[in-house]
Design a protein around this ligand. Structure first.
Ligand code: SER
Length: 318
């Protein structure tokens, strides 16, 4: 990776991936792109940026040509619960952007990373230690776009030799940009409520286990996978990666170790609950560990300590 394009640079992952990549590869070698333009703050000031509506192939091709891009990170997506409310939008963004990126990657010979998700699994998938290769068949439109994305990305690799790689992300917990419209968002929002001293109303019921990951591990995974020796990759789209699995009660108890007065009540969201019930409780990630050395650094207690420390500063400064 020498010249990188990040599509969706303003989103939850993009807003942290862009500075992370700039730090590694040099500020001028990482172009931040989003449909919301001009970009704000550091994303715009620290390096090149441009406007890309990923549903328009021409926008992507122009940027790839102009900046002589060799690697594209395609982060454009509508998360699971929002996509259920607007299925056509979920499909058009998820698959429209992906197909455009694949075609541009084929034509200009770039590598391409597009995240998959725990959402790529479904009700009939084994829920505990979900294997790398197993029955998927999700029933959410988000999951359908992710499985389609995995298959299309593998197709472009086998058919055209496009260097496509991906991971199935768990719910990502971060302290810079809030996710929006996801099923796992509660695990971010709860920390904000805790530092603000507000009661948290949990949309998922006790006992709902899901894989989660702290952003530093999520960023590290992307770079490690994209830098991995292709000869060692038996899989490509997409690798299970895991670092922690918890339910709302475990998360609440962990936060209460630091904020003993913090209160959580349950106000169930039936759409999110049904989605969460169809997803793995925990994934088996041994293929990622063996094929490219995946190893997370954060568990629930280390993440909680860091989240609360960062958010306390952030909340007192707004
Ligand atoms: N975080 C995503 C969601 O909840 C899953 O990948 O939709």
């Amino acid at each position: 990776m020498k010249k990188i394009l990040v599509i969706g640079a303003c989103g939850q992952i993009g807003s942290e991936l862009t500075p992370y990549l700039r730090n590694i590869y040099g500020v001028n070698n990482v172009v931040a792109a989003d449909c919301i333009y001009p970009l704000k703050g550091e994303l715009r000031e620290a390096g090149p940026s441009c406007k890309i509506d990923a549903t328009q192939a021409e926008d992507i091709a122009i940027a790839v040509k102009k900046y002589e891009i060799d690697t594209i990170f395609n982060l454009a997506a509508i998360l699971s619960a929002k996509a259920e409310a607007t299925p056509m939008l979920g499909w058009n963004v998820g698959i429209g952007a992906l197909l455009n990126c694949l075609e541009v990657a084929r034509e200009y010979k770039t590598a391409l990373f597009t995240p998959s998700s725990i959402g790529a699994f479904g009700q009939d998938t084994p829920h505990d230690q979900t294997p790398q290769d197993t029955l998927q068949r999700p029933r959410t439109i988000y999951g359908i776009t992710k499985v389609t994305g995995e298959l299309l990305s593998d197709y472009y690799f086998h058919r055209y030799g496009v260097d496509t790689r991906s991971v199935r992300y768990p719910g990502i917990i971060s302290n810079v940009t809030l996710p929006g419209g996801g099923t796992t968002d509660y695990a971010v929002e709860i920390y904000y409520a805790a530092v603000k001293g507000e009661t948290f109303y949990c949309p998922l019921k006790a006992g709902t286990f899901l894989d989660m990951m702290y952003m530093p591990d999520a960023l590290h995974a992307i770079v490690q996978l994209m830098e991995a020796d292709p000869a060692k990759l038996k899989h490509r789209n997409a690798f299970n990666i895991a670092s922690m699995s918890f339910d709302p009660e475990m998360l609440y108890a962990e936060i209460r170790k630091h904020e003993p007065d913090f209160k959580m009540e349950y106000r169930l969201d039936s759409v999110r609950q049904a989605i969460a019930d169809s997803w793995p409780n925990s994934m088996d990630d041994h293929c990622a560990r063996e094929e490219w050395g995946w190893k997370p650094s954060y568990n629930l207690d280390k993440m909680t300590e860091d989240m609360l420390k960062v958010l306390r500063t952030k909340v007192t400064h707004v």
